[in-house]
Design a protein around this ligand. Structure first.
Ligand SMILES: [Fe+2]
Ligand SMILES: [Fe+2]
Length: 154
């Protein structure tokens, strides 16, 4: 599935997957974060069950596409912010860095032991995403709410 096939209307909010410290207060962003953690769980479960075809062949491309979709949605929202150039620059750089890391790890599936790659991948996904949401996305959420920019969401 390509990133362009995702839409906010296709998402179901599962707030139980996020704790209070990871809720930005911007519903669209919180729904997407919830979906991201759900996809990570599905990937880990499929791999743990030995279903590599589903884990690597289906869920991983799905996850990559969803990460790109989610980042582009946040970037669209943050572009509406006024006088927040430094936040935008820092946030864009973090997204790009994560996309680069994800791409590098996923490319490694062809050349390294899957077990090692999966461990590296799930550690990156969980630690980076949790840290990024708890700091940078929470900051974005506060700025969007303060400026009323979250209402631009369709
Ligand atoms: Fe972000
Ligand atoms: Fe995010």
């Amino acid at each position: 599935m390509s990133a362009s096939e995702w839409s906010s209307s296709s998402l179901v909010c599962r707030p139980n997957l996020l704790t209070g410290s990871l809720l930005t207060g911007v519903r669209s962003i919180d729904m997407q974060h919830s979906e991201l953690f759900e996809l990570i769980e599905a990937f880990e479960s499929a791999h743990a069950a030995g279903d590599l075809a589903t884990a690597v062949g289906t869920l991983l491309p799905h996850l990559e596409a969803y990460v790109i979709f989610h980042f582009s949605e946040e970037e669209q929202l943050m572009s509406s912010l006024v006088n927040e150039a430094s936040h935008i620059q820092m946030h864009l750089a973090q997204h790009q860095s994560f996309k680069d890391s994800l791409q590098r790890i996923c490319a490694g599936f062809n050349v390294k032991d899957d077990e090692v790659i999966v461990e590296e991948l799930t550690a990156l996904l969980r630690s980076w995403l949790t840290q990024h949401i708890a700091t940078t996305d929470m900051s974005l959420g506060r700025k969007l709410l303060a400026q009323g920019s979250h209402k631009l969401w369709k």
